[in-house]
Design a protein around this ligand. Structure first.
Ligand code: 5GP
Ligand code: ZN
Length: 114
């Protein structure tokens, strides 16, 4: 998957290990790690090991891989109630331009993220 990553993207650097992260789980096509600014305990991001800004740009084989990993994370984190969120574009509150699913356990410390 390394050839699908870029040099100038924060989450590509996290996948490559160039920037440290708290890994929760991974597959050959997806990577799950703790959000650096969690809205609640265990707030996890699940990303494809493929650089794409938007959900609709992610190839089918990466999409097929990422939801089962998100399911495993939700179970592993012990969330009973949670949000599974994915933002596309700044008007939709996306800040990091590499596709990511948020898994945010409830109750939240704060409200937000649309
Ligand atoms: P967005 O608003 O783009 O959907 O969410 C981006 C998320 O990435 C935010 O929740 C933010 O806290 C998280 N984030 C930003 N930079 C880093 C980082 O360097 N490491 C980690 N683990 N999370 C980050
Ligand atoms: Zn990237």
């Amino acid at each position: 998957a390394q050839q699908h990553l870029t040099d100038d993207c924060l989450f590509c650097k996290i996948i490559k290990g160039d920037i440290p992260s708290n890994k929760i789980a991974e597959t050959d096509k997806s990577y799950a790690f703790l959000d650096i600014n969690p809205l609640s305990e265990g707030h996890t991001l699940v990303i494809p090991k493929y650089h794409a800004e938007f959900f609709h740009q992610v190839p089918e084989d990466y999409l097929a891989d990422i939801l089962p990993l998100a399911k495993k994370v939700a179970i592993a984190q012990g969330f009973d109630q949670y949000n599974l969120l994915q933002n596309n574009g700044p008007m939709a509150h996306q800040v990091v331009k590499h596709v990511h699913f948020h898994i945010i356990g409830k109750p939240n410390k704060e409200e937000g993220l649309g």
